[in-house]
Write a protein that binds this ligand. Structure first.
Ligand SMILES: Cc1cc2nc3c(=O)[nH]c(=O)nc-3n(C[C@H](O)[C@H](O)[C@H](O)COP(=O)(O)O)c2cc1C
Length: 189
């Protein structure tokens, strides 16, 4: 059986993003369990704010065409995201909105039937958990199947060492448990 293909990304473009660090830790854990991991930085997939007239005139930006294709080639997605006022950050909403649109004749849904793991990091004490049910609902409406549960990293400015490794054992355990479940499901699929 070939290794499951997992796309990993963070919902922040910030250079020192704690969610980028969280995504990198999740990618390492998934790799260590034999998955074929593609870890991307959304900074490399910039797109203008979605506008229907822009889409009607120009179609999808090349970055979003590439992102759409990339997701379609994977079995699952791991998302590490900040919460902005308890909600999904505009970077993720904009990216997922764009790639939910048809690319010319290609009307396929790149999200359909893919599994997802959700995680959040925040410098605050709740670890950004308020975004999780909102992201779960959004991805479900897009056709994905987010796994139950989540990982969160509270106090995230202190939770990574100088090499970016997650030092919070509780959060690390949550990621490992989610990745193990994901791979079990993908092996059966
Ligand atoms: C507009 C805005 C709203 C925010 N709202 C929340 C919030 O609701 N809860 C929270 O824990 N942190 C909130 N924060 C703080 C973020 O958790 C913090 O900026 C974090 O570092 C962002 O993640 P990143 O490091 O991955 O970019 C907010 C930040 C911004 C810019």
């Amino acid at each position: 059986m070939s290794a499951p293909k997992i796309l990993v990304l963070a919902g922040s473009a910030r250079k020192d993003s704690v969610n980028k660090k969280l995504a990198a830790n999740a990618a390492d854990i998934a790799r260590a369990r034999g998955a074929q991991v593609t870890h991307i930085d959304l900074t490399d997939y910039e797109a203008p704010l979605y506008h229907g007239d822009d889409e009607a005139e120009n179609g999808l930006p090349d970055s979003m065409k590439a992102m759409r294709k990339l997701l379609a080639e994977h079995d699952a997605m791991i998302v590490a995201t900040p919460e902005y006022n308890g909600n999904i950050p505009p970077l993720l909403v904009n990216t997922f909105d764009w790639i939910s649109r048809p690319d010319g004749e290609d009307r396929s849904n790149p999200f359909a039937g893919k599994l997802a793991i959700l995680m959040a990091a925040s410098p605050g004490g709740l670890g950004g958990v308020r975004v999780i049910p909102r992201l779960r609902a959004f991805l479900t409406d897009l056709g994905m199947m987010p796994l139950p549960g989540h990982a969160s990293v509270p106090g995230a400015f202190q939770a990574f060492d100088a090499d970016g490794r997650l030092t919070n054992d509780r959060s690390r355990g949550q990621i490992e448990g989610l990745v193990d479940t994901l791979i079990k499901f993908l092996d059966r699929a």
